[in-house]
Design a binder for this molecule. Sequence first.
Ligand code: GLU
Length: 462
Amino acid sequence: MIRTRFAPSPTGFLHIGGARTALFSWAYARRHGGSFILRIEDTDLARSTPEAVQAILDGMKWLGLEHDEGPFYQTQRMARYQTVIEEMLAAGTAYHCYMPPEELDRLREEQRAQGLKARYNGAWRPEPGKILPAPPAGVLPAVRFRNPGDGVVAWNDLVKGRIEIANAELDDLVIARADGTPTYNFCVVVDDSDMGITHVIRGDDHVNNTPRQINILQALGVQVPLYAHLSMILGDDGQKLSKRHGAVSVMQYDDEGYLPEAVLNYLARLGWSHGDDEIFSMPQFCEWFDLDHITPSAAQFNTEKLNWLNAHYLKRAEPARLAALVLPRLEARGVTIGTAPSLEAIIALYRERVANLNELADAAEVFYIDIAPKAELLARHLTAEALPALADFVAGLADVAWEPVAIGALIKQSVSAHGLKMPKLAMPLRVLLTGQEQTPSVDALIALFPRELALERLAAAG
Ligand code: GLU
């Protein structure tokens, strides 16, 4: 039974890298009929906020990455961590360290001054035959993990291959501070073990934690999960992804009018591939997803490709669904939707032509607000040549059958009566009706309007 988890620290929004980690963990569980667990790593009280927790939950929900268990909060598991610390002290796999913080600082400074890596010197580490000093009065002890003194700690990373670290490189990690609070790596270990995690899929910024975590798991005598460390995501420019690159929060993609399925499809291909397949649904992805086709090299963000995917999904989305997504965007602009034209009908006509939901809102807006076409556009298109054809057309519009074919026929008739080409009439119609030069086919556009509204806007031609 495969069990994966996504374990964000709630110190900010759900960013793109986190979302990809969540997606891969989720998909791996789905692929194998396993469970996907959401765990909030909120023990850093100074940096964790309820707003960030909410932002993560919102982001996961927006993406549709449903968890099967959780969310578990580490701050609610303190008693459990305490119990494990007591057990480790009793078993001798952890020990009390009474080195006062000042002494530890001094030690580190000395080591750095000698060009050495700062590390604990094992002063309070029990060894056979070693006599420990008497605990100093008034110093509360930290608890340290008794890291194996020799040998190597190794794992076969499912993305990066075999990784091996000499234990001599690792000092005895503090697992509980003097005030009793458990430390980060220790909580992760207890949780991964208690939650029966089989595959830890996470960012490769955690590679350095893994040997320490494996050693603690082994000391606890529990199953060590398999690890897959995902390489980082670079921005369009090849630099580390940051705010500078625009949308880094998943919810910002929502604000910018991306559909979640476009973002998911995009993220799925960020460091993973299935042949040349670029466009696929999440059920398809879950069928294909494996850890063998994750590239160990950094993935580079490509906004153009994301935009292309978004346009693709917009074209295929149900107008009713898009209308429900566009409506709040219009409301946020203070636009009230009248009964006609129907937002759905507008969207059905425009969804093939836009890159995102905000452009769809832009297109829909002009049907519901008073528009004032720019003088420059009017001058360009309401030429002396066009006006008589326009007048004929407007006259005919009063009683033409209100559907695109009949309206199209009326346009043709009006241009040919004056020996003009189609655009000579289509352009002024577009500008008068929408204030824009670019619209879908003008007969379909006109049919969207209620007849009175179309006549009213065209009357503005004078
Ligand atoms: N809480 C860690 C983070 O947000 C992830 C820990 C893990 O996946 O093991 O980076």
